[in-house]
Design a protein around this ligand. Structure first.
Ligand SMILES: Nc1ncnc2c1ncn2[C@@H]1O[C@H](COP(=O)(O)OP(=O)(O)OP(=O)(O)O)[C@@H](O)[C@H]1O
Length: 247
């Protein structure tokens, strides 16, 4: 499945286009269980794309392969022009769906940790985001609720100047009233030539910020496209379309 973006002004007709993500025939099994089953996907820079699909269809597995966390897969995968691995991690900001920061650390120490680790990390941006999400950076993570920890992790992921952001279920623990504040913070810090790929079950909350959508089923992509085109073609919201695909 392929999604296209308008040509950047610097590109000339005939130039080879570097896509943010290019995947051909991706397969990944856990023991005998097939989680990804010959998945094809091409995504351009400059978009916010929602990754949708029922429980167990392979969203997290796909994001882990793209992030360079899972290496034993079959097929061809390119992200930001590189094979996922140590070389791609400098260009790709990955937010996993589990808490990965030391529990006893204060948010301020996590900011320092990220600053030491990633050349593209912007400390002031992280501070501003954490503040705008209503978190006191002197708090320890273990004193925070699940939603507060999620906010810190989102702020850290978005404070990098990455080419591709991969967010796995970023706002599932955040209360509905705060979700808009978080999403606006995410968009505010997203450069126009980056790709943001975000997996979610909260289609209704995210639909307004999405340029594109990828719908997965049983380890493959069953539908991908620009949200405006899909809404016009099918005469329904993305939320309704998702339900139709899974009926
Ligand atoms: N570490 C693992 N060991 C064995 N099987 C796994 C492992 N991780 C995932 N699976 C299996 O791979 C399949 C895809 O799982 P994955 O977590 O990628 O789905 P998902 O679409 O992210 O689901 P959800 O929406 O529930 O988060 C599932 O059948 C799951 O049981």
């Amino acid at each position: 499945m392929t999604m296209t973006a308008p040509r950047a002004p610097s590109e000339r007709p005939g130039d080879p286009v570097e896509h943010a993500i290019e995947i051909r025939g991706l397969a990944k099994s856990y023991g005998g269980k097939r989680a990804l089953d010959g998945l094809d996907l091409t995504l351009p820079y400059g978009q916010v794309v929602g990754l949708l699909g029922e429980n167990g269809c392979g969203k997290t597995t796909l994001l882990k392969v793209l992030a360079g966390v899972l290496a034993d897969y079959e097929g061809e995968v390119s992200i930001a022009g590189r094979t996922p691995g140590p070389g791609s991690k400098a260009l790709v900001s990955f937010l996993p769906d589990v808490s990965f920061l030391p529990d006893s650390a204060r948010a301020s120490s996590c900011i320092e940790l990220y600053g030491d680790f990633f050349d593209d990390f912007r400390t002031e941006r992280a501070r501003e985001l954490i503040r705008s999400f209503g978190i006191d950076e002197s708090m320890r993570l273990k004193e925070m609720s699940k939603g507060m920890r999620e906010k810190v992790q989102i702020a850290l992921a978005m404070a990098r100047d990455a080419r591709v952001y991969l967010l796995d279920e970023p706002i599932s623990g955040v209360d509905p009233a705060a979700r808009d504040v978080i999403l606006q913070g995410v968009l505010r810090n997203l450069s126009e030539d980056s790709l943001l790929l975000v997996s979610t079950h909260l289609i209704h909350d995210l639909e307004s910020i999405l340029d594109g959508v990828v719908i997965m089923r049983e380890g493959r992509v069953v539908l991908a496209g620009e949200v405006d085109d899909l809404r016009a073609q099918h005469g329904m919201s993305i939320d309704q379309l998702f339900r139709e695909v899974h009926r």
